[in-house]
Write a protein that binds this ligand. Structure first.
Ligand SMILES: Cc1cc2nc3c(=O)[nH]c(=O)nc-3n(C[C@H](O)[C@H](O)[C@H](O)COP(=O)(O)O)c2cc1C
Length: 228
C-alpha cells in the first residue's frame, strides 16, 4: 500500500504527534510492508489558495506554481493519506490548512446532493483513497477540545475515514514519561495492525488510545509546576 503522511506540525520530525503516527505505521508494517512517504507541510512552499476557482473550471490546473502540484500528484498516487497534526486553536495548524485548501483542484465546480448535504463533484477519481486523522493535543481533555477538528475531517473526507485523537501528547517527547507513553504507543501499534488487517480500529481500543494517559489533575499540576 502507498501511504502519504502529511505532517502538519511545524516541529516536523520532533512533533509529539509524529510519535503516535510512527507507532501506527509500525503496526501497519507488521501486517505487510508499506511504501511510506512523509511531507512536512511547514517545509513545503505552499501559497495560500486565492479563491479564484480557476482550478475548478479548467480541469484541475491551479494558477499557483509551487510545491502543491507535486503534492496533488502524490495524493492521487496514494492509497492512504495520514493527516498527522497537533491541535492548534481547536483546529489544524496553518501550514496544513493551507495544504488542505489547495486540494481544491481535485474538485470541480459542479455540486451534488449527497443525503442532506451538498459537495463538489471530483475532477479525479479518488474513490480508492482512505483517510486517517491522527491528532495530538496539549490539554488532558478530549471533550470540548477536538470536536471542531473531528467535524472538519469528517466533512472533508466523507467516506473511508478513521480518526485517532490523543490528549496529553507533549508527554510523548518527554523520556521521563516513558512509563506511561510506551504502553500507549503499544496500543497505537496494535491499532495500526488492526487497521492494516481489517480497515478498522475496534471502538474499545480507539477509546483507550483517546483517553488521558495520566489523570487530568495530575497532568495539569505537572504542566503548571504545582506538583508536591
Ligand atoms: C498555537 C497553538 C495552539 C494550540 N491550541 C491547542 C488547543 O486548542 N487545544 C489543545 O489541547 N492544545 C493546543 N495546543 C497544544 C499542542 O496541541 C500540543 O503542544 C501538541 O502536543 C503539539 O504537538 P506537536 O509536537 O505534534 O506539534 C496548541 C499549541 C499551539 C502552539
Amino acid at each position: 500500500m502507498k501511504i502519504l503522511v502529511i505532517n502538519g506540525s511545524p516541529k516536523k520530525e520532533n512533533s509529539d504527534t509524529m510519535h503516535i503516527t510512527r507507532a501506527f505505521l509500525d503496526g501497519m508494517n507488521e501486517v505487510s510492508e508499506n511504501e511510506v512517504h512523509t511531507i512536512h507541510a511547514a517545509c513545503m512552499h505552499i501559497e495560500y489558495c486565492t479563491g479564484c476557482f480557476s482550478c475548478m473550471r479548467n480541469g484541475g490546473n491551479c494558477m499557483l506554481d509551487d510545491d502543491m502540484r507535486g503534492i496533488l500528484e502524490q495524493i492521487l498516487e496514494s492509497d492512504l493519506l495520514i493527516w498527522s497534526f497537533p491541535l492548534y486553536c481547536y483546529g489544524m495548524p496553518a501550514p496544513m490548512k493551507a495544504l488542505l485548501d489547495r486540494t481544491l483542484p481535485l474538485s470541480s465546480m459542479a455540486m451534488q446532493k449527497v443525503g442532506d448535504r451538498y459537495e463538489h463533484v471530483g475532477q479525479a477519481d479518488f474513490s480508492h483513497l482512505r483517510y486517517l486523522m491522527i491528532c495530538g493535543c496539549g490539554f488532558p481533555n478530549s471533550k470540548h477540545n477536538f470536536e471542531a477538528a473531528v467535524a472538519q475531517f469528517k466533512l472533508c473526507f466523507r467516506d473511508n475515514h478513521t480518526i485517532l485523537t490523543v490528549p496529553e501528547s507533549p508527554m510523548f517527547s518527554v523520556p521521563e514519561a516513558d512509563v506511561v507513553t510506551a504502553p500507549r504507543l503499544e496500543l497505537v501499534r496494535q491499532a495500526g495492525k488492526q487497521y492494516a488487517a481489517t480497515g478498522e480500529i475496534a471502538p474499545a481500543l480507539s477509546s483507550e488510545i483517546c483517553s488521558p494517559m495520566i489523570p487530568e489533575e495530575q497532568y495539569a499540576a505537572i504542566v503548571n509546576g504545582t506538583t508536591a
